[in-house]
Design a protein around this ligand. Structure first.
Ligand code: NAP
Length: 240
């Protein structure tokens, strides 16, 4: 039976910031769809949150796979009927991990293939999922939140990690384009930087907990006064 609650979808949510975002949105009363590409990880992750008495369902979704995205959207239409909040959280950082040696995080040694693979998840993934779910999003107040990074800020662009930086700058462009094209629909589209967060990606030296990392995502999903087409950290606008 379709839920009467508001529905939130979080991609790449079996661990890290995505998992914590599911927990916080469910605590705020959402029926959360925890989407993950690997059922063996996503199923138990959703089960963990259900054991906390939270309303969380698992659904398989590989954001790089057109067919997976199509099946996900079709399934969601049948099981939930609508999507009030979409958090495009799935992301990878391959720079320096692609076997190209100790300088691999430098643009001077970057592999084009690493950029291609990174863009496929971090940018094309968000585009695919957003397009597929738009018809399920109510026209008066739905939210799309793209989990970006300060590493994609052109105003503060430094060297290193070129594939990741380029992908997040491109994701921010996607935010602006969607926000502009949807501005008359009432659907708000924003980018967020969660800060440097202790996850598999952020590593053990990161400053923030996943709880803190999820905070501004949840704020963008729930706060009535948020605008559209912005980039936020700690609930404040930041430079592109
Ligand atoms: P994480 O722990 O590495 O989690 C990344 C998630 O993305 C995992 O669940 C992973 O699934 C999923 N994923 C990767 N490829 C996917 C695909 N093709 N389809 C579906 N899911 C996929 O990273 P995190 O730190 O939580 O990062 C979450 C988001 O925050 C990312 O967009 C990241 O760029 C952004 N961010 C993180 C930090 C930080 O300091 N941690 C800072 C700024 C921005 P698997 O388990 O199957 O690999």
């Amino acid at each position: 039976m379709k839920t009467t609650k508001r529905v939130a979808v979080v991609t790449g949510a079996n661990r890290g910031i995505g998992f914590e975002t599911c927990r916080q949105l469910a605590r705020r009363g959402f029926n959360v769809v925890l989407a993950a590409r690997d059922e063996a990880k996503g199923g138990p992750a959703a089960q963990r949150l259900r054991e906390e008495r939270l309303d969380v369902d698992f659904a398989p979704l590989d954001v790089t796979d057109d067919e997976s995205v199509r099946r996900f959207a079709q399934g969601l239409e049948k099981t939930h009927g609508r999507v009030d909040v979409l958090v495009n959280n799935a992301g990878i950082m391959l720079d320096g991990k692609d076997g190209s040696g100790p300088d691999a995080a430098s643009v001077l040694k970057a592999k084009v293939e690493t950029l291609r693979r990174t863009m496929e998840v971090n940018v094309c993934g968000a585009l695919r999922v957003t397009q597929a779910l738009l018809t399920l999003m109510p026209r008066d107040g739905a939210r799309i939140i793209n989990v970006s990074s300060g590493m994609g800020q052109l105003s503060e662009m430094n060297g290193g990690w070129p594939a990741y930086r380029i992908s997040k700058a491109a994701l921010n462009a996607l935010t602006r384009i969607f926000a502009e094209e949807l501005k008359d629909t009432g659907i708000r589209v924003n980018s967020v930087c969660p800060g440097w967060v202790k996850t598999d990606m952020g590593g053990p030296n990161a400053e923030r907990t996943p709880e803190k990392g999820a905070e501004t995502i949840v704020w963008l999903a729930t706060e009535s006064s948020v605008p559209t087409g912005g980039f936020f950290r700690d609930q404040k606008p930041i430079e592109w």
